[in-house]
Ligand binder design. Structure first.
Ligand SMILES: [Zn+2]
Length: 195
């Protein structure tokens, strides 16, 4: 796990090493999730959008065996998720991703939290570069029995609150698959995918 060495660790003072890390950060998803700081972005931070991100990540992992997104930009109207990937997605794959995410939403799964010692969490989740400051007890957010992931962000109480998940575009560039999505309001979603 050489690439999990923290850049601030004693003995790694060389600038060369630091640059190499900062040029192409390969953060595991758990790291990224953990550093969502809602207070920095309170106005834009949307529990529905962010909860949909959890479901989309788990669905991407199940469909393609890829990691969770390494970067996420969550905004109220439209959000984007970036994945390390080898190619673009086919139209049929995009529709399947939508269908699977919407299935979890419609199943109205409860979103719950559980606290876990870091050592135990480390066996189940990728905590790769989680710094010591994150503490010894980590919060794990669960979506029914579909997904579990360390996270400090705000979430819906159950998935039906999310509404209707729709991918508005999927683009591929230089090893990065970017998926942009929107949500329709829950009351609209009851009538179907048309906004
Ligand atoms: Zn979260």
């Amino acid at each position: 796990m050489a690439n999990c060495v923290k850049i601030t660790a004693p003995g790694l003072s060389g600038d060369r090493r630091r640059q190499r890390f900062s040029r192409r950060p390969q953060r595991p998803a758990a790291f990224e999730e953990f550093f969502v700081m809602p207070e920095q972005n309170e106005k834009q931070f949307d529990p529905r959008m962010h909860s949909a991100e959890h479901i989309a990540n788990q669905t991407m992992v199940r469909m393609f065996d890829c990691g969770r997104c390494f970067s996420a930009h969550i905004e109220k109207k439209k959000s984007k998720l970036d994945y390390r990937f080898e190619r673009g997605l086919e139209e049929a794959e995009i529709r399947e991703l939508e269908d699977r995410v919407n299935e979890v939403i419609r199943a109205d799964m409860p979103v719950t939290e559980e606290f876990m010692p870091r050592a135990e969490a480390g066996k189940r989740f990728n905590l790769g570069r989680l710094p010591e400051e994150a503490g010894e007890t980590l919060r794990i957010v669960k979506i029914g029995d579909y997904d579990a992931c360390p996270c400090i962000g705000p979430h819906v109480k159950s998935t039906a609150e999310i509404g209707w998940f729709r991918v508005v575009s999927a683009s591929f560039d230089d090893g990065v698959l970017r998926i942009r999505y929107k949500l329709a309001k829950p009351e609209i979603s009851a009538a179907g995918p048309s906004e």
